[in-house]
Design a binder for this molecule. Structure first.
Ligand SMILES: Cc1cc2nc3c(=O)[nH]c(=O)nc-3n(C[C@H](O)[C@H](O)[C@H](O)COP(=O)(O)OP(=O)(O)OC[C@H]3O[C@@H](n4cnc5c(N)ncnc54)[C@H](O)[C@@H]3O)c2cc1C
Length: 665
């Protein structure tokens, strides 16, 4: 199948405007006759559902949590980018576009990214109008902070709870429509298949997670907004429930899946403490604005710290290696995420890791306490302040900026990060790969759209922060509501879609058969047993550092693990009750398929890109050599064993990104 990105012709800066001027529209009276299913009510799905309902469509929204407020988006801490240039530091739509394309290692679709940068400013206005309490500066204007890999301050934030506040905004907008009857909300419902009628997505099969009932839902279009699949690694900073199932089901029904192996590894997470851990916790990247990252220069000090005979605070400046400042003086601690992650791993692999597992470096705020403290003493006219007073004043400022993050850290590690430097280590955080979509955000199944983290289009091999929230909200508030209308304009006379058709029946049967299998298998091993093993294979062989031999092993190991899973998995309980293990079994079954595709993608992609370091392409100074672009799209329709994937390989012209436009034809 030839993929058509449907990117409009013309200069990149005019594409979106010209496109909007020319698309077909659905008039307000006709929107009332059109139904849209939105699977997922995080920032992407929540904003899309609210906006589509506001426009007049009848929306059915689905989430597996008990409320849209619990979507994983709520965990986002650091902030959201927008090209407002409030700081007057040289930002612009073009610069945000350029930084995002460069941040994606030149592997994102430029036309989508330009559109994203264009609408970014609208997102902030929209959210402020909803009452999102973004941080403000002394004069009352919206404040910004800087994130890694860029040279301007364009990240809008709400303390360390940006995702939560944005989600409450989207949720309020949804609630208005729920009250009007324009959104029918199905909490605690999990989509388990998409239904295709005459080649078009016309509905879904969902399971009521409380009663176990299997339900058919029809619509004129289906929007997948189901988030990322970082939990294929078992341990990640994602919410425990985050999964690939919705995206995977549409993939298996014919939607292409792109860049499955592109995963963002975040440098500042609380280190793993042992083998029985089921979740990793992020410490926001914003902390790198004020924290300095270091390990001891001498291995004797590392040993003493591990044994407890020395505390990190006892080491003098000369005894510390601020390795990011040393290696990357221009960006210092604010290098892109991949660079910071690799540098930390390199130090830990060399034996300088400071905790029991040897997988931790310090993130130290003492210099900021002093800098802010002295400034505050001046502002408050305190002459000759003592060291203790300076520290106290400085800590007050840091607390105001990041207090909740320090609190999270203390609760988990049981150490006061105001007194002892935090320990951090890279962890799986965000997945850039996902369901392939064209410029309209439509998958290769007509009428099936995919938005937010679940799709692949805007981030390439992303190394930056604060761009995921931007994409989710851009898709939901400002892009999909236009593009879907162009498609739905053909459906104004279609009328209700019946669920009493052979297509719905067949999809429902597939779902019930699979559930019956899990309940009746009565194997000997728990679902988590398989998930943990899969996660270890993924981290060891498809993680930050990858090589050909390891990836080939991973493919075989995952395949064998999947076979074992289908023979020996044990799911307790019944299908007619709330059954977490049953829900998880389905998700892990999908992870076991995705994991193999992931490793195949990584194998054929003979490159280092984003957070992925292909060992065969290591340069002399230990950096990853960036080589030609690969664009990988899987044509795997899973029917028994995987078929060979299709690989589209294109040359990339690194400069001149404005005139260059890739098409996936
Ligand atoms: C700890 C952490 C911090 C982050 N901080 C930032 C940040 O500061 N800035 C930034 O830009 N990005 C950040 N990110 C990334 C960002 O939070 C996510 O990319 C983004 O929130 C994803 O939004 P989403 O709407 O696509 O998906 P989600 O918020 O994950 O929502 C998914 C929705 O889909 C539903 N769903 C899933 N599967 C099904 C199914 N089968 N059936 C029914 N419903 C389903 C869920 O119930 C949920 O409602 C962070 C990520 C993490 C892990």
């Amino acid at each position: 199948m030839a993929l058509d990105s449907k990117v409009p012709q013309g200069p990149i800066k005019d594409k979106w405007t010209d496109y909007k001027n020319k698309i077909d529209l659905v008039n307000p009276a006709n929107k009332r006759h059109i139904d849209v299913i939105v699977v997922g009510t995080g920032l992407a799905g929540g904003s899309a559902a609210a906006t589509l309902a506001e426009l007049g469509y009848n929306v059915k929204a689905f989430a597996y949590q008990d409320s849209p407020r619990r979507a994983h988006s709520i965990a986002a801490q650091g902030g959201i980018n927008a090209a407002k240039n409030y700081q007057g530091d040289g930002d612009s739509t073009y610069r945000l576009f350029y930084d995002t394309v460069k941040g994606g290692d030149y592997r994102s679709r430029e036309a989508n990214v330009y559109r994203l940068a264009e609408v970014s400013a609208n997102i902030i206005d929209q959210c402020v109008a909803q009452g999102v309490p973004f941080a403000r500066d002394y004069g009352g204007l919206l404040d910004n902070r800087s994130f890694g890999g860029v040279l301007v301050s364009r990240t809008f934030y709400a303390k360390g709870q940006t995702g939560q506040q944005l989600l409450l905004g989207a949720y309020s907008a949804m609630n208005r429509q729920i009250a009007r009857g324009k959104i029918e909300m199905f909490n605690r419902h999990e989509m388990l298949d998409v239904v295709i009628v005459d080649g078009k997505a016309r509905g879904i099969i969902a399971r009521n997670l409380v009663t176990g009932e299997i339900e058919r839902h029809s619509a004129h279009a289906v929007v997948i907004a189901s988030g990322g699949y970082g939990n294929v690694y078992f341990l990640s900073t994602n919410a425990m429930g985050s999964n690939v199932t919705a995206g995977w089901k549409v993939h298996k029904k014919g939607a292409y899946f792109a860049n499955p192996c592109y995963t963002q590894i975040h440098p500042t997470c609380i280190p793993r403490s042992g083998d029985y851990q089921s979740k990793l916790t992020l410490m926001s990247e914003s902390l790198r604005n004020d924290g300095r990252i270091w390990v001891p220069k001498n291995l004797e000090d590392v040993k003493a710290i591990k044994e407890g005979s020395k505390r990190p605070t006892e080491l003098t400046e000369e005894q510390r290696d601020y390795f990011l400042e040393r290696r990357y003086p221009a960006f210092g601690n604010l290098v892109p995420r991949d660079v910071a992650s690799r540098a930390a791993k390199e130090r830990c692999d060399a034996g300088y890791g400071v905790n029991a597992t040897g997988e931790a470096v310090y993130l130290d705020f003492s210099a900021s306490f002093e800098r802010y403290g002295k400034e505050q003493a001046k502002i408050q006219n305190i002459s000759n302040p003592s060291e203790a007073k300076i520290k106290e004043l400085g800590q007050g400022i840091v607390k105001a900026k990041y207090g909740n993050l320090f609190q999270i850290y203390e609760k988990i590690i049981d150490e006061n990060p105001y007194e002892t430097p935090m320990m951090i280590y890279p962890a799986v955080h965000y997945t850039m790969g996902g369901v392939w979509v064209d410029y309209n955000l439509m998958t290769t199944i007509p009428g099936c759209y995919c938005i937010g983290e679940a799709n692949f289009s805007d981030h390439g091999a992303n190394r930056l922060g604060a761009s995921a929230l931007m994409q989710g909200l851009a898709d939901g508030y400002f892009v999909l509501p236009y593009t879907i209308g162009d498609y739905l304009s053909d459906d104004i006379r279609t009328g209700k879609i019946s669920t009493q058709t052979p297509e719905f029946e067949a999809a429902e049967k597939d779902v019930t058969d699979r559930i019956a299998f899990f309940i009746n298998n009565k194997g000997t091993r728990s679902v988590d047993y398989y998930h943990k093993i899969l996660g270890k294979i993924m981290w060891d062989k498809c993680g930050m550092s990858r090589n050909e031999a390891g990836l080939k092993e991973a493919i075989e190991e995952i395949s064998a693990l999947r076979k074992d899973f289908w023979q020996n998995v044990n799911v307790p309980g019944t299908e007619t009750e709330y059954n977490e293990q049953l829900a998880k079994a389905g998700r892990v079954a999908d992870f076991l398929e995705l994991g193999e595709l992931f490793a195949k993608d990584a194998l054929v992609r003979e490159e280092s890109a984003g957070g992925h370091f292909r060992e065969e392409h290591q340069t002399e100074d230990g950096e990853a050599k960036r080589i030609k672009e690969f664009q990988f799209v899987s044509a795997w329709e899973y029917k028994g064993e995987p078929k060979d994937a299709v690989l589209h390989k294109e040359e990339l012209v690194y400069e001149n990104i404005e005139v260059k436009e890739r098409s996936y034809k």
